[in-house]
Design a protein around this ligand. Structure first.
Ligand code: GLV
Ligand code: MN
Length: 230
């Protein structure tokens, strides 16, 4: 009898744990329905597969449509680049579908600085201009190898899941590219911003030792304003 009670408690505890995990974890799932157009107002929503979705009967073509990505973006910032994301915030029909997109504009010599996407692989397609692009492999056997390529209109380059990458416009003219991601929310960590511009600041002793430089240089870098281009 006691064994049966214990088994019961164990099953209930495991079920509660599984429920807690399903409520707190978030991963691009395989959809269990055709789509789940994201809605902000739960009053007009159905609860499907753990998400508030627009009632499919109320969905329309506009939920899957966005225009204006042909319009050049303002690149007059210190980096000389501008990333326009297309994700569930501006295209609600993307919700749960596991993909997203960005338009990337570069001024002459503009840079999309070293960054990673912690939740996605990126497929990068150049439409205009000449870009020097690269990524670095993780520590370990392959040991931080740098892969680079000069990219021209029509060229495609892949930045694998989570690896640090960058693009520099090496031409005298502007450049335009599009990036697609294997996640509806690939995330972004811009290396310089995260390391030197965190809030609160990382103790400079940590960065002085990590980078093996003078502490004054670290303090100088931590005083800079680390801008985002997106
Ligand atoms: C390019 O690498 C981008 O993430 O927009
Ligand atoms: Mn990227």
């Amino acid at each position: 009898m006691q064994i049966i009670m214990k088994a019961k408690y164990l099953i209930i505890t495991m079920a509660l744990l599984a429920l807690a995990c399903s409520l707190t974890s978030a991963y691009d799932p395989s959809p269990l329905q055709d789509f789940c157009v994201a809605v902000k107002d739960p009053a007009s929503a159905l609860f499907v597969n753990g998400k508030f979705c627009k009632d499919p009967k109320l969905a329309s073509a506009n939920d899957f449509f966005l225009s204006g990505l042909n319009i050049p973006r303002d690149t007059s910032n210190p980096l000389g680049s501008n990333v326009t994301a297309v994700n569930v915030d501006n295209l609600a029909g993307l919700n749960t579908l596991g993909v997203s997109l960005a338009r990337v504009d570069f001024a002459p010599y503009g840079l999309n600085p070293p960054h990673t996407h912690p939740r996605g692989t990126e497929l990068f397609i150049v439409l205009e201009g000449t870009l020097y692009a690269g990524f670095v492999t993780s520590d370990g056997d392959a040991g931080n190898r740098l892969f680079t390529k000069m990219l021209y209109p029509g060229d495609v380059f892949v930045f694998p899941f989570g690896l640090i990458h960058f693009q520099l416009n090496v031409g005298k003219t502007k450049a335009v590219a599009f990036a697609s991601f294997s996640s509806q929310n690939p995330g972004l960590i811009t290396i310089a911003n995260a390391v030197f511009g965190s809030d609160p600041k990382i103790n400079p002793d940590v960065l002085t030792k990590a980078f093996q430089v003078d502490k004054k240089l670290v303090e100088y870098l931590q005083k800079q304003i680390w801008l985002s281009n997106s």
